[in-house]
Design a protein around this ligand. Structure first.
Ligand code: PGA
Length: 254
């Protein structure tokens, strides 16, 4: 499995900033030719981002989608609209959607199904809160999120998705998990569960770590065999420093 670095811009950047960002990041395309780089701008910047990335190996993702394809759903966005603007990936179940916007596992399951139905690659996010970790419930919470999010989804589709393990307490806090903590959950829980779904016993799904990933800690994560890359928020917002982070990841990738 190759290295994957995904950028989640969250609610940042207008069109002008988007164009400037890709002008900057495209300078590093040759250097990063072996890395899968997926950038997830806000919806309003997707069109400009899509234009900027025409002919580029960098790929585009969206930060959310709705579970219906069309209709009277004010404020929602369909998979076809995302694809029309160049998106190939979509974040689903990000902790800010779960805990700030109140998305449930059932909502997330419907979104996963609609992403697959429309050939968008979901980046399915799971992660425990600090209280859950402290009470020793991390694995239980993660398993529950995985099973509910993937309910009634054919395991054959697992090769068309990415999972991101993002402990809620590590996101945007500057307090990343240790690589050991991440391995314990990714290897000991997520991949175990995904392997058990797979007909071969070996899941094809790449698992990323996310939560306060920076240039100086990404190497610790991606040097572990079970971690295929990272989902990066704050540290993805400047093209030059994001490029430095990707370079550090490339150096350490197992
Ligand atoms: P962070 O965000 O890197 O700013 O912690 C990660 C994420 O929310 O995906």
């Amino acid at each position: 499995m190759g290295l994957i670095v995904a950028a989640n811009w969250k609610m940042f950047k207008n069109n002008k900033e988007t164009v400037e960002y890709f002008d900057g990041l495209k300078k590093f395309e040759d250097e990063f030719s072996e890395v899968k780089i997926v950038v997830c701008p806000p919806f309003t910047a997707l069109f400009k981002a899509g234009e900027a990335l025409e002919g580029s190996a960098y790929e585009l993702g969206a930060q959310n989608l709705f579970w219906e394809n069309e209709g009277a759903f004010t404020g929602e966005i369909s998979p076809a609209m995302l694809k029309d603007n160049g998106a190939k990936y979509v974040l689903i179940g990000h902790s800010e959607r779960r805990w700030v916007m109140g998305e449930t596992d059932e909502d997330i399951n419907k979104k996963m199904k609609n992403a697959f139905d429309n050939n968008l690659i979901p980046i399915f996010c799971v992660g425990e809160k600090i209280e859950e970790r402290k009470s020793g419930d991390t694995d239980k919470v993660i398993l529950d999120q995985l099973r509910k999010g993937l309910k009634d989804i054919d395991p054959k589709l697992d090769e068309k998705m990415i999972i991101a393990y993002e402990p809620v307490w590590a996101i945007g806090t500057g307090m990343a998990a240790t690589a050991e903590d991440a391995v314990a959950v990714i290897d000991g829980c997520i991949l175990k569960e995904m392997n058990s779904r797979s007909s071969t016993g070996k899941s094809p799904v790449p698992v990323l770590y996310g939560g306060s990933v920076k240039e100086d800690n990404i190497g610790d994560f991606v040097s572990r065999e079970c971690i295929s890359g990272a989902l990066v928020g704050g540290a993805s917002l400047k093209a030059d420093s994001f490029a430095a982070l990707i370079r550090a990841a490339k150096k350490s990738y197992a």
